[in-house]
Design a protein around this ligand. Structure first.
Ligand code: UD1
Length: 460
C-alpha cells in the first residue's frame, strides 16, 4: 500500500518536490531524535511562550529609545538566541535571566542599521527588523531572510507597505536597503493584498513612530500581532483594531521600555494536544490559552478528542478508540493554522476514513508527506491539497525533519509507530520547540536524543 501511495505521490511531485526528495536522504552522521513508539502520554506539560510573538516582540524592543524592556516567558529555542545575537550586533544590550525564560533589553543606543547577514539568512522572523530599525535609524540594510523551505515566502507586501509610509527601497545590491525621507516616515492608508502576519507587524512597528495616522486594511489577525500591538501600546504608542482586519496606528514621537509577558505558544500547545490525541493519552496543557487555540481544539473535537478548558490551561484526552477523519483547511487566523497542518496530517494518517487537507497559506508545505509515506501512511497531493486515507498503523523508520513543523509531524508519527523511529535534521525542531524531547519524555514518551555517533545525549 505504501509503495503504491509513494508512486502516486511521485507522479504529482513538482520539480521542486523532486529536488527536495533527492536532498531528503538522512545520513547516519547526524544528531537525531529517537523514539520507541507505543506509549500513551499522561500528565502535565507546561506550554512556553510563543516563538513567533517573541521574535516580533524582540524586533519591537528596537522601538524604545528610552528605558529597558523586559520580556517574560520567552521560549528557550535557537531562533530566540539567534535574534538576541542579531540585536546585540545592532548595539542593543540583551541579557537573559539564568533560567533563560526572561530577557532584558536596552535599545537606547542603536549603533548599527545593518543586522548580521549570517543569522538573518537563517530565519524568517528577522524580516520583522525592517520596520523598527527604519523607524529608529532612518535607514536599514537587511539580507533577504531565511526560514523554513515551505513555499515562495515573498516579502513584497512588507516593502510596498513601507514605501506607502514614504520609504525608498533599493534591492539592487542583493540586500534590502530601505531609507526614510529626511522628515521621517509618514502615516498612510495601506491595503495588504494578503493578510500577511510579518507585513502587518512590520507596518505596525514602522507606523508607531511615523508622523500621523496609518490604517492597515486586510491586516493579519493572529494572536502574535495582538501581542506586538499590546507591547507598542504599553511602550506609549497608539494602536487600535489589533485582532481585527483593520488596524489604526497614530504615530508618536518616541516609545519607552516596559515589562511584557509573551502569550503562550498555541502551536506548541496544539502539538502537545495532538500528541495526547494520537497516543490515546490524557495531557493537561498548563498555561495554554484555549481562546487562542479554538480553531485547533474544535478540529480535534471533530476527530473525537475530548477537550476540557480550565482557567489555567486545557486538558486533552483521547480514550484510545480510532480518531475520525475530517477535512482541514489551513488559513489565516482565526482559521486552522498552517503551522499545524503538518502535525494534524500525522493524526489523519491513522484516522478512520479519508480526509482532504488544503493549505491556502503556503504552496509548498506537503513534501514532508514523503517521509510519512515511508512509515506506511497513505497520502498523495497535488498543488495545495493532499488526500490522506487512514491506515491501521505506522512503522518506525529513519525520517527527515525537512522543516520545523514537519519535524513535529515526524515525532508525532514516531510516538505511535511500531518499532523505532529516528528523526534527522533536528536543528529544525530546535528552532521552535523548547525542550521537546524532555517535555515528551516527562509525560511518558520513550524518546531521547543521540549525537551524530549514535551516542545518547542529555535531552534538550
Ligand atoms: C509567520 C510565521 C509562520 C506562519 C505564518 C502564517 C513568524 C516568524 N512566522 O510567517 O510561522 O506560518 O506567519 O501564519 O512569525 N506573502 C507574500 N508577500 C509578502 C508576505 C507574505 O506573498 O510580502 C505570502 C507568503 O509567501 C505566504 C503567505 O503570504 O505564502 C503568508 O505569509 P505571512 O503571513 O507573511 O507569514 P510570515 O510572517 O512569513
Amino acid at each position: 500500500m505504501a509503495v503504491e501511495a509513494q508512486r502516486q505521490t511521485r507522479g504529482s511531485e513538482s520539480e521542486l518536490g523532486l529536488e527536495f526528495g533527492r536532498r531528503m536522504q538522512p545520513t547516519p552522521q547526524e544528531a537525531r531524535i529517537v523514539i520507541q513508539g507505543g506509549q500513551a502520554l499522561h500528565g502535565t506539560v507546561t506550554v512556553g511562550g510563543s516563538k513567533n510573538a517573541t521574535l516580533a516582540l524582540m524586533a519591537g524592543v528596537v522601538l524604545a529609545s528610552t528605558g529597558v524592556t523586559g520580556l517574560k516567558r520567552v521560549p528557550r529555542i535557537s531562533d530566540i538566541a539567534n535574534m538576541a545575537t542579531i540585536l546585540r550586533g545592532l548595539g542593543v544590550d540583551a541579557v537573559f535571566s539564568e533560567d533563560q525564560k526572561n530577557i532584558r533589553f536596552d535599545a537606547t543606543r542603536l549603533t548599527s542599521f545593518e543586522p548580521s547577514d549570517q543569522l538573518v539568512t537563517r530565519m524568517r522572523g528577522s524580516l520583522q527588523l525592517l520596520g523598527p530599525i527604519l523607524a529608529r535609524q532612518g535607514r536599514v540594510r537587511l539580507a533577504p531572510p531565511g526560514g523554513c523551505n515551505i513555499g515562495a515566502r515573498a516579502y513584497d507586501l512588507h516593502l510596498k507597505g513601507l514605501m506607502a509610509l514614504g520609504a525608498t527601497i533599493d534591492e539592487s545590491g542583493g540586500y534590502i536597503f530601505a531609507e526614510a525621507p529626511a522628515e521621517g516616515l509618514r502615516g498612510a492608508q495601506v491595503y495588504l493584498d494578503k493578510p500577511s502576519v510579518g507585513a502587518t507587524m512590520n507596518l505596525l512597528m514602522a507606523a508607531s513612530l511615523a508622523k500621523g495616522t496609518t490604517i492597515i486594511e486586510n491586516a493579519a489577525q493572529e494572536p502574535d500581532v495582538e501581542d506586538l500591538a499590546q507591547l507598542i501600546i504599553a511602550m506609549g504608542g497608539n494602536v487600535v483594531g489589533h485582532g481585527t482586519g483593520m488596524i489604526t496606528v497614530e504615530g508618536v514621537e518616541a516609545l519607552h521600555g516596559v515589562d511584557f509577558t509573551v502569550s503562550p505558544d498555541r502551536i506548541e500547545g496544539g502539538t502537545f494536544a495532538m500528541a495526547a490525541a494520537i497516543t490515546g493519552g490524557d495531557l493537561f496543557l498548563e498555561g495554554a490559552n484555549p481562546a487562542q487555540m479554538r480553531p485547533i481544539l474544535m478540529k480535534l473535537a471533530e476527530m473525537g478528542v475530548v477537550i476540557e478548558e480550565a482557567p489555567n490551561g486545557v486538558r486533552v484526552m483521547h480514550p484510545g478508540h480510532s480518531l475520525k477523519a475530517t477535512d482541514v483547511t489551513a488559513m489565516p487566523h482565526p482559521g486552522f493554522p498552517t503551522d499545524l497542518q503538518q502535525p494534524i496530517a500525522t493524526l489523519l494518517s491513522l484516522a478512520e476514513g479519508t480526509a482532504m487537507v488544503t493549505d491556502t497559506v503556503y504552496e509548498g508545505r506537503f513534501r514532508y508527506l514523503n517521509e510519512l509515506i515511508k512509515m506506511g501512511a497513505k497520502a498523495r497531493w497535488e498543488g495545495r491539497t493532499a488526500v490522506i486515507t487512514g491506515v491501521g498503523s505506522l512503522s518506525g523508520a529513519d525520517v527527515e525533519a525537512s522543516d520545523l513543523r514537519a519535524g513535529a509531524a515526524m515525532v508525532l508519527a514516531g510516538l505511535v509507530a511500531q518499532g523505532t523511529t529516528r528523526v534527522f535534521s533536528v536543528h529544525h525542531i530546535d528552532r521552535g520547540y523548547e525542550c521537546f524531547t524532555q517535555k515528551l519524555a516527562s509525560v511518558g514518551a520513550n524518546i531521547w536524543r543521540e549525537d551524530e555517533f549514535g551516542k545518547r545525549v542529555e535531552a534538550v
